[in-house]
Design a protein around this ligand. Structure first.
Ligand code: NOJ
Length: 567
């Protein structure tokens, strides 16, 4: 943030010194060194060490007063990202798009949509991020295009044009209706009639988002070219959109009804997606995509995997690698108490293959804001958990200040999900609302009318929290800094401890070094029953001086602490 006050700077320097200035670091012994060397060998990939920060450019910073965030706006805020300490930005689609689905309906994979700026603006952002040591990953949307894409416009004209087989086309059922019972995620049949071909085309999402046919070799080549287009420009990898649905059953078998569905189940989820999701052939496609990525050094492939944790292992790959990081949303789905949390985390670590690198996601443009569920005090606990658990942390812009769901009046709803599947709380606009940079009406986001309303709570903004030494934002910043400087937190193995008394705790260990993290998940004080001695590195209250600590320890309400164990 340019122009932050000198008071703010003083607060910042004071905090950094107070937290980190007094550690005495003993030189590592041989065994420790051996541990660190081997940790380094297995941890050279930048994405193991980076905190990944998702930005939807549309909601980040507007530069021209049209109410839409854009690339020049993002460029103005790169010093904030550096200050926060993020290692990589994941940018949601900025490609040319009619924008029926937050830019995930792409009409040209290799062009920047004018709403966001120009290719030169994109290059300026990439360059500025790289100059500050921040990587950039883009969204890669291989499953579908916009119906405005030239490929679809050609494909739809006849059954024998050069791109006739680039999309998923099928004959009508004998009664003239859709070929089978597959449903779109956004409601209704997933099949849409196309008169010129007298056939149906398949769309996993909107009718204006036809699915590409990943059984066609030419589609592979064309999508590989779009990847290379961006990789050649220097982007550091991709987040693969909808990675589970790239191939559908060749026989077009009907999906079975879900026996657990009831009145609360949104209609599109009333069938089990057995023949549309997770097909073995889809995994081959991910292997192909990974192969293209691996033509380049040190690039990351992460990808969207919604649903149950036990599926996640497949997405890493077996004999052939698939995704480096299948995104793990378990922390968003878990019940928030110590017993449930230890089970959730254990199940996740058990679900990923040996040697696979974990990740934890606490927010995203499709997920309701976690701060609304947890409240401010427990959001601090989540921050400490995210930055200390083994794995790459992902957060969505605004999570670091505890942004909550924003109330969207019915006449301002933009999300097609909400428009098409009403009444199930599926609207994603509340988490996609523009970021508040300061406490003015338009929050420093725009000088015009914002595309979605900003939160009414003006007090929760970046500038305010930046100047408050004990804010959630400063807690994030300190945790990120601590994580970066503690090899144990970056590479150490995860050692579960038995949680009780509402305290979830675990250790991270590397060589002889050990750090323990204890999180009181309760609004009342709790006894953390541990034995041992150490030094407190940081409390979620940001008020404990680094100092000696000996178990058992009383934790204050909603308090988390990180302790370096004495050897
Ligand atoms: C997944 C994206 O995250 C979501 O926002 C979008 O609606 C669907 N893919 C369809 O593209």
């Amino acid at each position: 943030m340019r122009g932050s006050s000198s008071i703010c700077r003083a607060v910042r320097n004071h905090r950094i010194q107070r937290t980190f200035g007094t550690h005495v670091r003993h030189p590592p012994n041989q065994k420790e060194l051996a541990g660190r060397v081997s940790a380094k060998e297995t941890s050279t990939a930048w994405w193991r060490n980076a905190v990944i920060y998702e930005i939807a450019a549309i909601s980040f910073q507007d530069s021209n007063g049209d109410g839409y965030g854009d690339l020049p706006g993002l460029l103005q805020r790169i010093d904030y990202l550096k200050w926060l300490g993020v290692g990589a930005v994941w940018l949601t689609p900025i490609y040319k798009s009619p924008d029926h689905d937050f830019g995930y309906d792409i009409s040209d994979f290799c062009a920047v949509d004018p709403r966001y700026g120009t290719m030169e603006d994109f290059e300026r952002v990439l360059h500025a991020l790289h100059k500050d040591g921040i990587k950039l990953i883009l969204d890669f949307v291989p499953n579908h295009t916009s119906d405005q894409h030239a490929w679809f416009q050609e494909s739809r004209t006849s059954r024998d044009n050069p791109k006739a087989d680039w999309y998923v086309w099928a004959e009508a059922a004998p009664n003239g209706g859709p070929p089978n019972n597959w449903l779109s995620r956004f409601g209704g049949s997933a099949w849409e009639w196309c008169e010129p071909r007298r056939q149906f085309y398949y769309h996993s999402f909107l009718t204006s988002q036809p699915d590409l046919n990943w059984r066609n070799e030419q589609v592979h080549q064309a999508m590989a070219d779009t990847m290379r287009f961006w990789l050649d420009r220097g982007v550091d990898g991709f987040r693969v959109d909808a990675s589970a649905v790239l191939i559908k059953d060749e026989l077009l078998r009907d999906n079975p009804p879900d026996p657990e569905a009831d009145d609360t189940t949104p209609p599109p989820q009333k069938y089990m997606p057995v023949f549309t999701d997770d097909r073995p052939e889809a995994m081959r496609c991910l292997e192909y995509v990974r192969g293209v990525l691996d033509e380049y050094d040190e690039r990351l492939l992460c990808g969207e995997v919604q649903g149950k944790t036990d599926r996640i292992g497949h997405f890493y790959g077996n004999s052939k690698p698939r995704l480096h990081l299948p995104l793990n949303f378990a922390l968003l789905d878990t019940q928030w108490n110590a017993i449930a949390l230890q089970a959730t985390i254990d199940a996740y670590f058990n679900a990923i293959p040996d040697g696979a690198w974990p990740d934890f996601v606490i927010g995203g443009h499709d997920k309701h804001r976690v701060a609304t569920k947890l409240g401010e005090a427990q959001s601090r606990i989540l921050a400490m958990l995210l930055m200390t658990i083994r794995g790459t942390p992902f957060l969505f812009a605004g999570d670091e200040i505890g942004s909550e769901q924003v109330k969207i009046p019915p006449d301002r709803v933009r999300d097609p999900f909400e428009k098409l599947v009403k009444g199930f709380g599926l609207n994603r606009d509340p988490e996609r609302a523009p970021l508040r940079w300061h406490n003015t009406e338009r929050g420093g986001f725009t000088t015009g009318e914002p595309w979605l309303p900003l939160s009414e709570d003006r007090s929760r903004n970046i500038e305010g929290q930046r100047c408050d030494a004990r804010s959630l934002l400063n807690l994030y910043r300190e945790l990120i800094a601590l994580r970066r400087t503690e090899p144990c937190l970056l590479h150490g193995e995860y050692r579960p401890r038995r949680s009780h008394n509402d305290v979830f705790w675990f250790a991270r260990a590397l060589g002889k070094a050990e750090i323990v993290v204890a999180l009181n998940l309760c609004r009342e004080p709790r006894l953390w029953e541990w034995q041992g001695r150490g030094v407190t590195l940081i409390s979620t209250y940001l008020d404990r001086e680094p100092g000696k600590i000996e178990g058992p320890t009383h934790l204050r309400p909603n308090e988390g602490v990180i302790v370096r164990i004495n050897q």
